[in-house]
Design a protein around this ligand. Structure first.
Ligand SMILES: [Zn+2]
Ligand SMILES: [Zn+2]
Length: 143
């Protein structure tokens, strides 16, 4: 593998966390994926190079990255969460419950909802990386 050019690794190092090979592999798996990766997919990549790595190491690393605000997780309705780096841009997802299609939505789309929640409920919602479930246009046409 090429030298990992990882902004997350830099941030971890700056905060004094040891960059073990396993941690770096988890980071690489997250940062190199175009899409959201699950802990299981990350584990599959790591274990290919480090056969003795336990999946709990992957979970612990993900927990740490989450606590530090370096990765964001999302439940796309599959019963497991998926991850991507926080700096990969802010967006939301529309998930079709019929065909499983996932439509990316610009962050600003929910800005008005945030305003309403603040005005009406005095509640400051952190709407980062939200999944909204429903039915896509294609599936509604077939009904
Ligand atoms: Zn659909
Ligand atoms: Zn996402």
């Amino acid at each position: 593998m090429d030298q990992l050019d990882s902004s997350i690794a830099d941030k971890l190092g700056q905060r004094g966390y040891r960059l073990t090979p396993q941690r770096l592999m988890v980071l690489a798996a997250i940062e190199n994926s175009d899409d959201h990766v699950s802990a299981e997919e990350i584990y599959a990549q790591v274990v290919a190079r480090y056969p003795y790595v336990n999946i709990s190491t992957v979970y612990r690393t993900l927990e740490l990255l989450k606590e530090l605000g370096l990765v964001t997780e999302i439940d796309l309705g599959e019963g497991r969460v998926r991850y991507h780096p926080v700096d990969k841009g802010h967006h939301h997802h529309l998930v079709c419950q019929k065909c499983g299609a996932i439509i990316d939505v610009d962050e600003s789309t929910l800005a008005r909802l945030q305003d309403v929640l603040l005005a009406r409920y005095n509640f400051s919602a952190s709407l980062r990386h939200v999944a909204i479930f429903g039915t896509c246009g294609k599936c509604r046409q077939q009904q």
